[in-house]
Design a protein. Structure first.
Length: 258
C-alpha cells in the first residue's frame, strides 16, 4: 500500500463516473421541492484562482446537502458573467500581436473570442471537475451562445411588456479606449468606514516581540505566506530577513521587503 493518498486518479475517476451516471443532473419534474444555484460564471480570462475555488466549494456544499435532503437540485455553470473582461483579455492578446479588433472587424473578432473560449473554457471546466464541483455540466452556457442570447432577449421583452423596464436616452459611462459602454459597477466606487483588526506576528527567535499588522480582512490571515514591509523603512530594518509566526495556524513565514 502506498504510504500517501494520491487523489489524482481516484477523484478524477469517481467524478467522471458520477457525471456519466447523471447524478449531477436535474429535471423540472414538479414532484419535488427545488433548489437551484446559478454559479456566477467566471470570466474567460485564463485559469481559475483561489477565490473561485472558495466560492465553488461553499456552493457545492449547499448543493450536495440539498440533494441528500431529497430536493430536485440544479447546480448551473457557464462562462463569462461580464463580457467586458473577456473582451479585454482577447484585445490584450491582439495588442501583443500588433493588431486590434477594429482591424479584424466584428465577425473575425467574434470568431476569435470563440477560439479563446475553446482554449481557456476547457481549462476552466476541467478545473471545476478536478475540484469535485457537482454541476450539471450538460447545461453549460456562454454569453454568446445562440440559445442563451434568445433567452435573454425574450426575458427583456417580457419585462418591457410588463412595464418593469423602459428604454430611454440617458448618460452612460463610455470607455474611449475600448469604445464601449461600462457599468457603474466598473467605475463608481463607494468609500465606507471599515473595522481594522490588529494582530501581532511574534518573531520565531524572540516571541516576546514581533510585527503588528492591521487588516480589514482577518479571514485571509490563515493563508498568509509572508509579512511584507515597505522597502527602506527604518522602522522594520531589523525585522527584514527574520521569521514570524502566523496567528491561529502557527505557520512560520519570512518578513520581506515588498
Amino acid at each position: 500500500m502506498d504510504p500517501l493518498y494520491k487523489p489524482g486518479g481516484v477523484e478524477e475517476r469517481w467524478q467522471r463516473t458520477w457525471e456519466e451516471e447523471g447524478l449531477y443532473g436535474a429535471e423540472p419534474s414538479g414532484t419535488r421541492e427545488t433548489f437551484v444555484v446559478a454559479h456566477p460564471p467566471p470570466n474567460v480570462t485564463g485559469a481559475l484562482h483561489t477565490g473561485h475555488a472558495l466560492q465553488i466549494s461553499l456552493a457545492d456544499l449547499l448543493v450536495r446537502w440539498h440533494r441528500m435532503r431529497g430536493f430536485e437540485t440544479a447546480f448551473l455553470t457557464g462562462y463569462d458573467h461580464a463580457g467586458i473582461s473577456t473582451q479585454n483579455a482577447v484585445e490584450n492578446h491582439l495588442t501583443e500581436q500588433g493588431k486590434s479588433r477594429q482591424e479584424l472587424g466584428r465577425e473575425a473578432f467574434v470568431a476569435l473570442v470563440w477560439d479563446w473560449l475553446r482554449e481557456y473554457g476547457g481549462t476552466i471546466m476541467g478545473q471545476f471537475r478536478r475540484m469535485g464541483a457537482s454541476m450539471d455540466y450538460r447545461r453549460e452556457r456562454f454569453t454568446m451562445d445562440d440559445a442563451y442570447v434568445r433567452a435573454v432577449m425574450r426575458f427583456f421583452v417580457h419585462l418591457y411588456d410588463k412595464g418593469w423596464i423602459y428604454r430611454a436616452n440617458r448618460i452612460i459611462n463610455w470607455c474611449p479606449h475600448h469604445e464601449t459602454s461600462l457599468s457603474d459597477l466598473e467605475l463608481v466606487h463607494d468609500e465606507v468606514n471599515d473595522a481594522l483588526t490588529y494582530l501581532r506576528y511574534p518573531f520565531v527567535d524572540d516571541p516576546g516581540s514581533g510585527v503588528t499588522i492591521a487588516t480589514a480582512r482577518p479571514a485571509t490571515i490563515p493563508a498568509d505566506v509572508a509579512v511584507a514591509v515597505s522597502p527602506g523603512d527604518e522602522r522594520w530594518r531589523d525585522a527584514v530577513g527574520r521569521e514570524v509566526i502566523v496567528p491561529f495556524v502557527e505557520r512560520v513565514v519570512p518578513v520581506l521587503e515588498d
